[in-house]
Design a protein around this ligand. Sequence first.
Ligand SMILES: [Zn+2]
Length: 324
Amino acid sequence: MMTATTGSLPVELRPPDIGRYRHGSHAIPYAITLAGGRPGPHVVISALMHGNELCGAIAADRLLSAGLRPARGRLSFIFCNIPAFAQFHPDYPAMSRYVDEDMNRVWSPGRLDALPAPGDSGELRRAREIWPLFASADLVLDIHSMLHDTVPMMLAGAAPRALALAQHIGLPGWIVTDQGHAGGSRLIDHPRFTGPEPEGPTALLVECGQHWQRQAADTALTIAARFLEISDIIQRDALTPWLPSTPWAASRLVEVTQTITVLTNQFHFTHEVSGMDIIPTAGTLIALDGDRPVRTPHDHCILIMPARHPVRGHTAVRLGRLVA
Ligand SMILES: [Zn+2]
């Protein structure tokens, strides 16, 4: 039984010093908003939703340090889970994903709006603190990284307009559409960003590569620059240093067909999974959840981001198929 292949990867990235953003530019700690001189959309780049995913913080810090300013609209950078990030240590880099609960499962109106109650958490309190920023956002790029060393992945959730934006940005990797997680709502799943309308506030989640690899930070920077280019609030020349120098290979679109949620304390994959494996034949056994076999529901089934330590009530893996 094996669930991951990343145990021996070197930790190439170091946490950036973000202490100078502590007071924020307005009311929210670790949130910086820059205003252009003319009206335009509010564009938000979000980092550290998971405290151990350094690439987004590095990219945001570099863009801020470069003095990037919008010509119109507003540009915000938010460093989300500071207490988790503060616990990052290169000797045990997986341990600082969150403190109390996964911050990217709390973004439903029910949890954001409810009064403090049993089940409250540090992550939920911070989400409530920073929600006003997202509630005024027209475009959001939420930057993450992942356990497995695979090509980048843009998660568009279920919103057609998010898929359209993802395809417009392009990406040297996968675009994934899905219906979210049983374990809770991601930021991109909040009703503000979903819905069938072709126009409206739009949020994407990008997985920039393996958590600890230098390449993940470079990818985060390039994709953030491309996202800002599409948003059209910044002079293109100002973004040139980070934009891709050659055209990207076309991204492949994969649709999640099934989300496997862990039901017992005895879930394990039956063979080694490395992320984005493609299982040729329907009915292939991929995991046991207690005594329950988990099989691929269709041919050419893609295993998307299998969990390293599958936890009851959380997603073990998503299954998908390539869309022509
Ligand atoms: Zn993440």
